[in-house]
Structure formats: structure tokens, C-alpha cells
Design a protein around this ligand. Structure first.
Ligand code: PBG
Length: 330
């Protein structure tokens, strides 16, 4: 064998734990995590989301506890997603513009705690529309420009309520430029925008739509605005536009099925690039682990490492508190 290998033995570096750690190229740290949470009305509410074991809808008082927990675990950012009461959903998504809506109230309450964490909010109409779409409809058609107008106003009330980062997840054309201009006009120049840049029309959002209550109501699908899963050049073009329009960070969504997109955007554009490990990805790992088919903790860490390897600067993941706890224990 020595003659054949001529000294080229790759396994030398893999022999021991210390050596494996020494040659590891990529590391996962708590700073890579963004924790998405679901909020709902009430007090003392922790309502399990059926398709996402371990994830709950929280009333504001409970969300405050998780915000404190996030800071304690050194998770840098919390992302808020509201479950809107049916009675408050309408065709125009008007509740999105209510400065006292659930998201805005939660922002204000969390901000009062003065924690060392960032607060991110989602800019899109789907939690508020009776038809479950991210934009305004005329018949079956999405009205791009009218929607953007609405998203600008939604962004404004979220930022005024205390959001540090806003995440437009709607995929309308021109929304980053319009939102940036609106914020500038209101002297809100410091707000960071993380654009949901390459958001694909995906089957992996199913459990999330349960969590925010849009699965039952969604009419049709979102393929007229979210991207087609066959495309990568289009993702690059979307990213160039978002950066040009004033985004500070870009995001790819879903995560694991789209790691090639993460890799390509990060290595081409060299801007802060994030990935969203979405609800369906979380559900798959949880389901297999609950059945004893895979080791859940190891699969979770391995999946997150994959994002880092592909070049992601961070990951939105429902695993955030669990990973942070594991990492803290070493
Ligand atoms: C909608 C939005 C979605 C997610 C985040 N924001 C779903 C959708 O586009 O229908 C999905 C997140 C997840 O699946 O975890 N604006």
C-alpha cells in the first residue's frame, strides 16, 4: 500500500477529536442564528403548532420571556410572525397597516426590555389577507404597484414600533427601493433591510401556513410572484436588483434544497447572505427524529453546518434555541 499511496493518507487528520477540530474549515456559532417566533393574542398562551413539534404560538407576555431567553443564549436576532384573528383578515390586508396590530405591539413591548438583541419583522400582507396572498388581488391577479404602496406603509409602522431589521418577504418588484425611499423620507435611515431575495414557490412552507393560519384560506398558489424552482440565473438578477435598491442583506428561501443558490449569490455578490431553513425542513427533521429514524440533534447541527459551508452568513431556523443550548454546552 505504501508504494501505491506514496504518503498520501487523507485519514491522518481524521484520527482524533482534537485533530478533526483543528482542521475543520467551517464552524457554526450562536451568532449565525436568527430565531423566528409566532405570536398570537391573549395572555399566558403557548399554543403548539401541530406540524412543527416544539414550536408554539406565543402571546405577547410569553414572547417577552422568549426574547429574554434569546438574549441569555446570545442569539442575535428574533424574527416575529403573527397569527391574525380571522375577523381581522380582509381582502386588502388592512390590519397590516394598524399601528396597534399584534406585531407592532410585540415590538414595542420587547423594545421596552432594552435587550441586546435585534428585532426583525416580516413585510408582506399574507398574515392579514382573507385570501392568504402576500399582495392585493384584482380577480386572480396580484396588483404589484398597489401592493408595494401598502408594503411601504406597513414597513413604516413596523419600524416606528421598534423593528431593527425589516424583511420584505412578498417578492413584489421594486419594493426594496420603494421601502427604502419611504424610510429615508421619514428620517429612518438606520433600519436594516434583509430582502427575501430569492424566495421560491415551495411546498416546504406548509407548516408555516398552518402556524399563521393561511393554509385553510389560501386561494390558488404564489407562483406568479415567488420564483420557479428551476431557476438560478433569475436569483442572481433578483439579488443584484435588491442590493442596488438598497437592501443591506439578502436571503435565500427555502434553505437546504437551495444551497446552490446560497453558494452562488454569496460567492458572486459578496454581500451578507442568509438562508431560511423553513418550516417544512424543520418538520421533516423533527418527524424523522420523533420516529427514531435519525438522530435529531445531529441532523439539526449537520444541516446548519451545510448552510455555513455553502457560504451563508446566518440562518433563520426554528432550531435556534435548541442549537444555542447545545453550542453553549459545547
Ligand atoms: C410569507 C412568508 C412565508 C414564510 C415566511 N414568510 C410563507 C409563504 O410565502 O407562504 C415561510 C416560512 C416557513 O415556511 O418557515 N410572507
Amino acid at each position: 500500500m505504501d508504494e501505491i499511496l506514496g504518503g498520501r493518507r487523507m485519514r491522518r487528520n481524521r484520527q482524533s477529536d482534537w485533530s478533526r477540530r483543528m482542521v475543520r474549515e467551517t464552524v457554526l456559532t450562536v451568532d449565525d442564528l436568527i430565531w423566528p417566533i409566532f405570536i398570537t393574542e391573549g395572555t399566558g398562551v403557548r399554543q403548539p403548532v401541530a406540524a412543527m413539534p416544539g414550536v408554539e404560538r406565543l402571546s405577547i407576555d410569553e414572547a417577552l420571556k422568549d426574547a429574554v431567553k434569546a438574549e441569555g443564549l446570545s442569539i442575535p436576532v428574533l424574527a416575529l410572525f403573527p397569527y391574525t384573528h380571522d375577523a381581522l383578515r380582509d381582502a386588502a390586508g388592512s390590519e397590516a397597516l394598524n399601528p396597534n396590530n399584534l406585531v407592532c405591539r410585540t415590538c414595542r413591548e420587547i423594545k421596552k426590555l432594552g435587550l441586546n438583541i435585534g428585532l426583525m419583522t416580516d413585510v408582506a400582507l399574507d398574515p392579514y389577507t382573507s385570501h392568504g396572498h402576500d399582495g392585493l388581488l384584482e380577480g386572480e391577479k396580484i396588483l404589484n404597484d398597489e401592493t408595494v404602496n401598502q408594503l411601504c406603509r406597513q414597513s413604516l409602522i413596523q419600524v416606528e414600533a421598534g423593528a431593527d431589521i425589516i424583511g420584505p418577504s412578498d417578492m413584489m418588484d421594486g419594493r426594496i427601493a420603494a421601502i427604502r425611499a419611504t424610510l429615508d423620507r421619514h428620517d429612518l435611515r438606520d433600519t436594516q433591510i434583509m430582502a427575501y431575495t430569492a424566495k421560491y414557490a415551495s411546498a416546504f412552507y406548509g407548516p408555516f401556513r398552518d402556524a399563521i393560519g393561511t393554509n385553510a384560506t389560501l386561494v390558488g398558489d404564489k407562483r406568479a410572484y415567488q420564483m420557479d424552482c428551476g431557476n438560478t440565473d433569475e436569483a442572481l438578477r433578483e439579488a443584484e436588483l435588491d442590493i442596488d435598491e438598497g437592501a443591506d442583506m439578502i436571503m435565500v428561501k427555502p434553505g437546504l434544497p437551495y444551497l446552490d443558490i446560497v453558494y452562488r449569490l454569496k460567492h458572486t455578490l459578496k454581500v451578507p447572505t442568509y438562508a431560511y431553513q423553513v418550516s417544512g425542513e424543520y418538520a421533516m427533521i423533527e418527524a424523522a427524529s420523533t420516529n427514531g429514524w435519525i438522530d435529531g440533534d445531529r441532523a439539526m447541527l449537520e444541516s446548519l453546518m451545510a448552510f455555513k459551508r455553502a457560504g451563508a452568513d446566518g440562518i433563520l431556523t426554528y432550531f435556534a434555541p435548541r442549537v444555542a443550548q447545545l453550542l453553549a454546552r459545547g
